[in-house]
Ligand binder design. Structure first.
Ligand code: B1M
Length: 210
C-alpha cells in the first residue's frame, strides 16, 4: 500500500505533481479520502504555517504548498459528495472581506455539498453586503463565513450586522469558522454557530435547518 506520509511531504514542499500521483495511488488502493485530508494534507499545511512563522518559508512557499494541496483536493472532492441525497437546505459560503485564504472554505463547501446542501460559493474577499444579497437571491437558510487572519475575522461581525439590518436573522443563520475563530468569538459577534472543522460545520448546519 502507498506510503501516505509522502503526501504530507509533497504538500509541504509544494510538489504538485507528486501530491497528485500519491493521491491517485492512495485512492486506487482504497484509502479513505477524508483521511488523506485530515491526516496528511492539513497537517502539512500546519507545518507550512509554522515554517512561515519561523521565517524558513515565505509567501511563495505558502503559495506553492497551497497549489499542491488544491490540486490533490480536486481529485478527492467528488468523492466527498454523496449524490442522490435530497437537498436539506441552501448555504451561501465565502471567505470574509480582505482575506484570500480559500482551502478550508473550499473543504467546508465540499463537505456541505456531500451532506446534501445546495451550496453557492462566493469565493474569497467577500463583503458583508454580497453575502446578504446572494443569500436573499438564492433564499439561503445559512451563510457560512471563513476567516484565516486575526485582522480579517472582525469582518464576520459586519456579516452578522448586515443580516440583521436586512431583517433576515430569523430566516438565515450565520455560521463562522477558520483557524483564528473560536466559539467565544462567534458568541461575542452574535453568530448563530461556530465549528472548527469541515465535518463539524455540516453537523452544525444540519442542526440549524432541522
Ligand atoms: Co496565509 N497565513 N497569509 N497564506 N496561510 C496563515 C493563515 C497564518 C496562520 C500563517 C502563520 O503565520 N502561521 C498567518 C495568519 C496569522 C494571523 O492572522 N494570526 C498567515 C498570514 C500572515 C498571511 C499573509 C498576511 C502573509 C503575507 O502576505 N505577509 C497573507 C494574507 C493574504 C490575505 O488573505 N489578504 C497570506 C497569504 C497566504 C497565501 C495566499 C500565500 C496562502 C493561501 C492560498 C489559498 O488559500 N489559496 C496562505 C496559506 C496557504 C496559509 C497557511 C500556511 C495554510 C492555510 C490552509 O490552507 N490551511 C496558514 C497556516 C495554517 O493555517 N496552518 C496561513 C489548511 C486548511 C484546510 O485549514 O483553512 O484552517 P483551514 O480550514 C479548516 C478549519 O479552520 C475549518 O475547517 C477547515 C477544514 O477542517 N474552517 C471552517 C475554515 N473555514 C471555515 C468556515 C466555517 C467552518 C469551519 O464556517 C462555518
Amino acid at each position: 500500500s502507498p506510503d501516505l506520509t509522502k503526501l504530507f511531504d509533497a504538500v509541504l514542499v509544494g510538489d504538485a505533481k507528486a501530491a497528485l500521483e500519491i493521491t491517485n495511488a492512495a485512492l486506487a488502493a482504497g484509502v479513505d479520502p477524508q483521511c488523506l485530508i485530515t491526516e496528511q494534507m492539513t497537517p502539512a499545511m500546519d507545518e507550512v504555517g509554522k515554517r512561515f512563522e519561523n521565517h524558513e518559508y515565505f509567501v511563495p512557499e505558502l503559495l506553492i504548498a497551497a497549489r499542491a494541496m488544491k490540486g490533490a483536493l480536486e481529485i478527492v472532492r467528488p468523492l466527498l459528495v454523496d449524490r442522490g441525497v435530497e437537498p436539506v437546505g441552501r448555504v451561501v459560503i465565502g471567505t470574509v472581506k480582505g482575506d484570500l485564504h480559500d482551502i478550508g472554505k473550499g473543504l467546508v463547501a465540499s463537505m456541505l455539498e456531500g451532506g446534501g446542501f445546495e451550496v453557492t460559493d462566493l469565493g474569497v474577499d467577500v463583503s458583508a453586503d454580497t453575502f446578504v444579497e446572494k443569500a436573499q437571491e438564492v433564499n439561503a437558510s445559512i451563510i457560512a463565513v471563513s476567516a484565516l487572519l486575526t485582522t480579517t475575522m472582525t469582518g464576520m461581525k459586519a456579516v452578522v450586522e448586515a443580516v440583521q439590518a436586512a431583517g433576515l436573522q430569523q430566516a438565515c443563520k450565520v455560521i463562522v469558522g477558520g483557524a483564528p475563530v473560536t466559539q467565544q468569538y462567534a458568541d461575542s459577534i452574535g453568530a448563530d454557530g461556530y465549528s472548527n472543522n469541515a465535518s463539524a460545520a455540516v453537523a452544525l448546519a444540519r442542526q440549524l435547518v432541522a
